[in-house]
Design a binder for this molecule. Structure first.
Ligand SMILES: [Zn+2]
Ligand SMILES: [Zn+2]
Length: 126
């Protein structure tokens, strides 16, 4: 895909390298940075009967955070009561009226060195 290659170029990745995004991941697991070796346990997407946890990355401080959603019914997102704010830095990550899956295709970065060369090891599948 041409657009994807352009994006990779912008990120400083070679065409044969790949970036991670939440839409390509599932469950919960560990991300590992190939550049600085940083490891962190993160949630991509997990759900229970009536609620789910949606992984996000703060575009401001690059912290991995989890938004909890109380569903309307089984496997359906409920309405957000307020904007989702980064617990680390206070930046607005998703506005109340924006889609729950907003940013799911955005590349993820190492919270430490901001490299897009991340590897994801899934340890928990929902
Ligand atoms: Zn790193
Ligand atoms: Zn933040």
């Amino acid at each position: 895909m041409e657009d994807e290659n352009k994006l990779k170029e912008k990120l400083g990745l070679r065409p044969d390298e790949d970036y991670l995004c939440f839409s390509r991941m599932g469950g919960a697991g560990v991300i590992m940075c190939k550049d600085c070796g940083h490891e962190e346990e993160i949630v991509s997407f997990t759900h229970g009967m009536m609620s789910c946890d949606i992984g996000r990355q703060c575009p401001h401080c690059h912290a991995f955070v989890v938004e909890h959603n109380e569903g309307k019914s089984f496997h359906q997102f409920g309405e957000a009561a307020s904007d989702f704010i980064c617990p680390e830095c206070g930046a607005v990550i998703r506005k109340k009226e924006e889609d729950f899956l907003k940013g799911n295709d955005d590349p993820l970065f190492c919270p430490k060195c901001h490299s897009p060369r991340l590897q994801y090891l899934m340890s928990f599948i929902t």
